[in-house]
Design a protein around this ligand. Structure first.
Ligand code: NAI
Length: 256
């Protein structure tokens, strides 16, 4: 059972067509939120949205490339047009790590990853905060970082840099807008069983059974819903005294 801690709160979730974003959008709808399912992937995004609505939730789909300023601006405009306001957002959209050592990293991929994982998060915060300031009664933003935002991973230079950046940007925004009661926090997931993780395992030739114990003190990968629960708490008023911080939802990976 999900308590209605987001009753009638208007929340945007980027990258909500699959993985953790999808789980977050579904959980938020169950908690009573009006959910904007925002994603690049039209087909999957619409299908998640339809399913939320078919199950009694309130949601609508916006197609967005978070690396485009104009798209992100329109995402917030469409949100306000549909639901009249914005209360919170989970900036979750990202693309996967690269697979090259530093001496060989792919510069085109660096640019693409930075434009989505880093600038996309900054752009999302930009337009979300503009709207929250207009309303003048606060709000809550969650940026999805990673264990890679705290620990180095080999063959991941762009992703590690971007996810460290997400942690830094979260603190900057928290610092600037705390006075307006806009809280900005991040969640840093560990190894979570999503299409992104499955893709990475395949790429490096590992099985889940071999790899999970190296990444988790609980000897298993996390489920997308377990990360959605952390975001739910941060978006809700139940976490009203938290800003500028990170929840490490990583089964102890960074505690090792
Ligand atoms: P995923 O790959 O399963 O889903 C990502 C979603 O973002 C997809 O629906 C995709 O269409 C969307 N997306 C990608 N580029 C976009 C763009 N430019 N504009 C709009 N939407 C876009 O990813 P997953 O695994 O659910 O990851 C979610 C977040 O968690 C990401 O920020 C990721 O970096 C982070 N993360 C993932 C971990 C894992 O183990 N899966 C571990 C730590 C962090």
């Amino acid at each position: 059972m999900v308590f209605p801690v987001l009753q009638d709160k208007v929340t945007v979730v980027t990258g909500a067509a699959m993985g953790m974003g999808e789980a977050t959008a579904r959980l938020f709808a169950q908690a009573g939120a009006q959910v904007v399912v925002a994603d690049f992937n039209d087909e999957k995004g619409r299908s998640v949205t339809d399913d939320i609505v078919a199950n009694g939730g309130e949601a609508f789909f916006v197609k967005v490339d978070v690396s485009s300023s104009e798209d992100v601006r329109q995402m917030i405009e469409a949100t306000v047009e549909k639901y009249g306001r914005l209360d919170g957002a989970v900036n979750n959209a990202a693309i996967t790590p690269d697979d090259k050592n530093v001496a060989e990293f792919d510069e085109d991929y660096w640019d693409r990853l930075m434009s989505v994982d880093l600038k996309g998060t900054a752009l999302s915060m930009k337009y979300e905060i503009q709207q929250l300031l207009k309303q003048g009664d606060g709000g809550s933003i969650v940026n999805i970082s990673s264990v890679s935002g705290f620990r180095p991973q080999p063959q991941n230079i762009a992703y590690v840099a971007a996810k460290h950046g997400v942690v830094g940007m979260t603190k900057v925004a928290a610092l600037e807008y705390g006075g307006e009661n806009i809280r900005v926090n991040s969640v840093a997931p560990g190894a979570i069983d999503t299409p992104m993780l499955r893709g990475a395992l395949e790429q490096f030739g590992f099985t889940a059974e071999e790899y999970a114990p190296q990444l988790s003190l609980l000897n298993r990968f996390g489920q997308a819903d377990e990360i959605a629960q952390a975001s739910l708490w941060l978006i809700s008023d139940q976490s009203s005294y938290l800003t500028g911080t990170t929840i490490h939802a990583d089964a102890g990976y960074t505690a090792r």
